[in-house]
Design a protein around this ligand. Sequence first.
Ligand code: ADP
Length: 665
Amino acid sequence: MIKKILIANRGEIACRVIKTARKLGIGTVAVYSDADASALHVSMADEAVNIGPAPSKDSYLRADVILDVAQKLAVDAIHPGYGFLSENADFARACADNHITFIGPGPDAISAMGSKSAAKNIMQKAGVPLVPGYHGDDQSDETLKKHADEMGYPVLLKAAAGGGGKGMRQVWNADEFDSALRAARRESMASFSDDVMLIEKYLTQPRHVEFQVFCDTHGNGVYLFERDCSVQRRHQKIIEEAPAPGMDEAVRRRMGEAAIRAAQAINYVGAGTVEFLLDGEDFYFMEMNTRLQVEHPVTEKITGEDLVDWQIQVANGQPLPKTQDQLQLHGHAFEARLYAEDPANGFLPATGRLTLLQPPQESKHVRVDTGVVQGDEVSVYYDPMIAKLIVWDENRERALQRLLAALRDYHVAGVTTNLEFLYNVAASQPFQDAELLTTFIEKHESLLFARPTQIDDKMLAATAMLVLLSNQHPVTSDGDPGSPWAMPLAWRANFRHEQTLTFTIGDTTADVRVAHCGTPKSPNQWQMKVNNQTYQVSGHVDNHVLYAQIDGYQQRIGWASDSARYTLFTPQGALHLDYHMPDTGHADDSAHDGGFAAPMNGTMVDVSVAEGDKVKKGDTLLVMEAMKMEHNITAPADGTVKAIFFAPGDLVDGGAQLLEFEPDE
Ligand code: ADP
């Protein structure tokens, strides 16, 4: 019996595993790097041990150090979470050699699925349908090109050792092949120390549908239905849901059974995921992930099962808790992944301190899995995921309403995040209509990235009130509530009684003329003039909710602010308004005039332009590698490259000026 588990991971998944272990009365040991000394997972565990410096290779990937800790603290089992050592067959083997249970499949099953090419060979034999392609040993440029040419474009180059969308490139025609191959190999080598490639026919309209499987040591195998993970950026998931909308019962059964066949072909034990591309009613095996997935909570929500509990039971040698017939699918669940990243800038990872982190209230409908708290740093060392927001309800429509409400109630500041992007996706008509394709984000780009340039006058008045309220002089406990200092901003010494507040929304500037008309008893009242219309405005702020009453109509609006940028979460999507601070000019200029400061620490991979070059809006200027992914830095407008400060191979500090760019008049 497992009585004590070491969690060889960090962040939300470490916290997630600790929760179930605690529920089962199992002791927990956390491990942590120097950067994580005060991390949430450390404080949640019964015991915690420092295993080295911040870089993963010196800490979370140190199998020897982790095993040593496990021995010293007499743990019975190691849960590897996802990422890090979770799909490392040598580690699983070393655990067994040290008489420690590895909570996951056997090393042979991990090895079998470790290479996408080898996995395809096995699946082909097991009769699981594959995407047409080449996954052979001859890796010469000519052979790969020949297969791509024969297959016909578009094709997809994939790193055989790949994961997380790394080392993957779409190739639309023969001319692009060579440079795409070089880039894919480079990225694969940097991430996996291996650059074996396979080629697949690139399906242009597929859905990503994956099946959660579970097998025990008694020969039983079940599938816990499917997840649709089609909404992706950079081939990485950001919103997942279960079940897959519109899934035909017969197709579900065929896919589920193929998934079990796939697992049983490699004597699989424990939790695994078989990923398919679904094209109409045809489905193709993509890969099998031999671990618990990031998005497992949606499966937990629709089945009512605790998958970590299942993992522990299977690791204890017990049979699966349920048979296929006993498993029931109930309701609908979504998971949205909140990342520190900048969607407007190619989803570039972001770093910084979470000066505000206020998740929505958890309930039977809302679950938040996170590994950070307010004040924590999102560092360059690890994955920039801040949290997973999971919602559940009786059907998709209701669950989607929950998702929107929970996103509106999620407030983050200090770090650029994809929160509003997630909201825009969830609020969009195609998502509401479940038009799920892996190309969803590309296809609906103009809709999802649309920044409204016109804003409703009343919303503008509400924002003006928000600025006034959020800048109110705080009333101290000994303060006199009748004093002008306790009054809204209009009464402050450095502001006039009447004032004009100016905002920029996209490319448009709008003024709100404000006259305070409150009384000492009821101070939060103004008359506001926008576009020659006058409104009576009153209201208050309660944390991150603005209660705005405009001409007798009250609205509850979620909001967040980051210096002078105010974000309002409206039913139509997130609105950004940049407030022009009095006398300081446009407060947010630097963020909008090209942004050529390096977003984070990284390496310059390629400089695509020369000093003096004239470029067009959207042209790639530089390619940087950060967090093991390549990021294109593009021209924000037509203009001229005046100076370039880095060369390929240079290490770049976050914030460093990369180049000087002069937009055309
Ligand atoms: P990784 O292991 O790096 O996550 P996968 O093989 O799981 O890579 O693929 C990730 C995503 O890339 C898929 O979910 C899908 O959106 C897309 N993809 C993969 N193979 C194909 C293909 N042959 N055609 C179209 N899209 C694909």
